[in-house]
Design a protein around this ligand. Sequence first.
Ligand code: ATP
Ligand code: MG
Length: 363
Amino acid sequence: MKIALIKGDGIGVDVAEAALAVLEAALDKTGQPLPVYDEIQAGAGYFAETGRDIEADGEDRAGAADAIFLGAIGLPSIRHADGTEISPHLRLRDRFGLYAGVRPVKAYPNAPQRLADPRAAGIDLIILRESTEGLFYSAAAHKRSLVVSDNEVMDILRITRETTIKLHEFAFSLARKRRERGLSGRLTCVDKANVFTSMAFFRQLFDEVKQAHPDMPVGYNYVDAMALDLVRKPWEFDVLVMENMFGDILSDLAGGLVGGMGMAACGEIGDTTGLFQPAHGSAPDIMGQDKANPLAAILSGALMLDYLAEKLDRPVLADAADLINDAVMAGFEDNALRPMEFGGDMGTRAVTNELLARVASQE
Ligand code: ATP
Ligand code: MG
């Protein structure tokens, strides 16, 4: 098992190291060999030193590993000459076609909870965000906004059959796995099919894939109604599948309902590889102070193990992922995980050490 490791900038370095320490403890506990790492230099700091945002052969090496793990990349003070941010990871997403953006949203006891309703303790859902096309296709990935005149600019909402079928198949398979684990496995197609032809196509392709899964519960929601429902009754949802920009917006909304940036894990998965990273950035305001909450990175490590379990056909890696996820849940239940991000007394190292101890001692 080979992992391409990009620690990156700011707190990315600390939380990546924390995540891998916990991942190694879980592998050790399940009797699995430790991964081989290929550490790749990349990021704003690397750019400032070398004029490159990633090592010359870095992209190839990232693609050759079984998975890519990333801390965080970018620093506001260091940019390209044209003012754009240093973002080699976005090129990786593009180059390896990492279409399936997985964003788990889960409530933990004793962690911040924005909704007063007691049912909010049961929030446990996944936002599956298409990540290579949709409404970001032109603007972000390919810089193909159409400047019609001095007074008009257009973007493109691009939905392709090839990517969307893969996305929906991924969504059904994810929902099925969650149902096997006792969750509802209800899959909701989120779109705006009543207004956009592209979105009607997105839903049509969802229905095509649905034919092969007659036993799976599904629902449909327009994105505006979905935003309302995420605030009114998020505990009723399990897997939500949607195009790129809707997913960008709703994953922040949903993340805001539970915890903060320090809990937001993220996986971006394509046909041949997956990239796993906390959803937060390099947080330069708290870097080097042992204040960062490493849990988003640690939970991203668990997502990576789940991915590798399937990719390498080694189910025991999913047991290692469970160990991590259970340790985080139990740690919050016992009020033994008190990250500074939530007003607690535990810095990056203390949170990591608590989890290391829990993973090592779990039955
Ligand atoms: P990016 O553009 O890379 O998304 P950003 O400007 O949105 O970055 P982040 O780095 O994601 O900013 O973080 C925003 C703020 O949230 C940080 O300045 C920090 O105070 C807080 N924050 C982010 N991640 C964490 C974390 N893991 N633990 C504690 N606080 C965090
Ligand atoms: Mg941000």
